[in-house]
Design a protein around this ligand. Structure first.
Ligand SMILES: CC(C)(COP(=O)(O)OP(=O)(O)OC[C@H]1O[C@@H](n2cnc3c(N)ncnc32)[C@H](O)[C@@H]1OP(=O)(O)O)[C@@H](O)C(=O)NCCC(=O)NCCSC(=O)C[C@H](O)C(=O)O
Ligand SMILES: [Mg+2]
Length: 279
């Protein structure tokens, strides 16, 4: 199987109130642009930000980048107007913050234009307890970690290894995989900490995320690199593909390759890696 899901290595948030950032996003190497109407926009700028998001979407020119708008939470005074405005210029997906359970997603989906997907932020304690039901919601296409809000609501101190979050990172990826959804890791707040970013991207990849949400253009290159297969991974995938293609391995489920067992599930994984790099 060589299905190639959409690449979502790097998803850059930007306040929709910031027109310079919107213009810049059209030139950046991120896979996803998330126009934020929520926490990065001050209450007094909410209406202007919404109007700027609609204008940006109508103008387009974002190339292949997937366009997502994070609206305000459903229990705020702004959410209904956000959804109504986006019906005029629909993005690829709407990201709903502060999701507590599947009812929030159903309420949002009922107001969405037909072909717009729904993404859910996993950033409340209630969402962690309802992950399975959230992930099963109709029209949902991706789960996005919200580490800052989780840390706030749970009184947690993430630390550089994010140890208190490990179980949540793993169960979020499990919920996404069980329902065929994308899974994006949370943001790294240290804009000037390049080493810390590299480490956290690598950690997110080990947990199985497709990519990471970002807050600054300077974070994109490291993130794209961390969530792309490296030279060794590509070479290994080619070796597995080539080994299973040998006549002596025809019809075998498991073979020996370089001193270890390789099964057809590894072949499927290898073919997916190769598909992402067009081989
Ligand atoms: C964090 C920032 C406020 C830093 O801003 P600033 O110091 O002004 O940035 P620079 O001077 O370094 O900017 C240089 C140029 O790059 C553009 N820029 C900056 N950030 C972005 C961006 N995110 N996207 C596109 N372009 C960007 C600037 O406009 C400058 O351009 P130019 O003037 O033309 O040279 C700022 O980076 C920022 O606002 N970042 C995004 C913040 C955000 O969206 N936050 C919400 C998401 S995070 C979150 O909520 C996570 C989750 O919910 C949770 O709970 O964890
Ligand atoms: Mg948040």
């Amino acid at each position: 199987m060589t299905d190639t899901p959409r690449r979502r290595r790097s998803a850059l948030y930007l306040p929709a109130s910031n027109d310079r950032a919107i213009a810049k996003a059209r030139t950046l190497a991120c896979d996803v642009v998330i126009l934020d109407l929520e926490d990065s926009v001050a209450p007094e700028a909410k209406e202007a930000a919404r109007a700027q998001a609609v204008t940006a979407l109508a103008l387009g020119d974002f190339g292949d980048r997937e366009l997502v708008v994070r609206i305000n939470a459903l229990d705020t005074e702004w959410a209904a107007a956000d959804l109504a405005a986006l019906a005029e210029a629909p993005p690829h997906a709407i990201l709903l913050p502060k999701v507590n359970g599947p009812a929030d997603l159903a309420a949002c989906a009922a107001l969405l234009p037909g072909d717009v997907a729904l993404w859910a932020m996993i950033e409340t304690p209630a969402a962690l307890l309802a992950l399975g039901q959230i992930a099963a919601a109709p029209r949902l296409a991706a789960l996005v970690m919200g580490i800052n809000d989780l840390a706030k609501d749970m009184g947690m101190q993430p630390g550089s290894d994010r140890l208190p979050f490990h179980s949540f990172l793993a169960t979020t990826v499990a919920a996404a995989r069980a329902h065929g959804l994308g899974a994006l890791d949370g943001v790294f707040n240290g804009i000037d900490d390049a080493q810390g970013l590299v480490a956290e991207c690598a950690q997110g990849r080990r947990f199985g995320f497709d990519g990471k949400t970002l807050i600054h253009p300077s974070q994109i290159a490291a993130c794209n690199s961390a969530f792309s297969p490296g030279t060794a991974e590509i070479a290994e995938a080619e070796a597995i593909r080539d080994a299973f293609a040998l006549p002596e391995h025809a019809g075998k489920g498991a073979i020996r390759l370089d001193g270890r067992m390789v099964e057809r599930l590894h072949l499927a994984q290898a073919l997916r890696v190769l598909a992402t790099v067009g081989r």
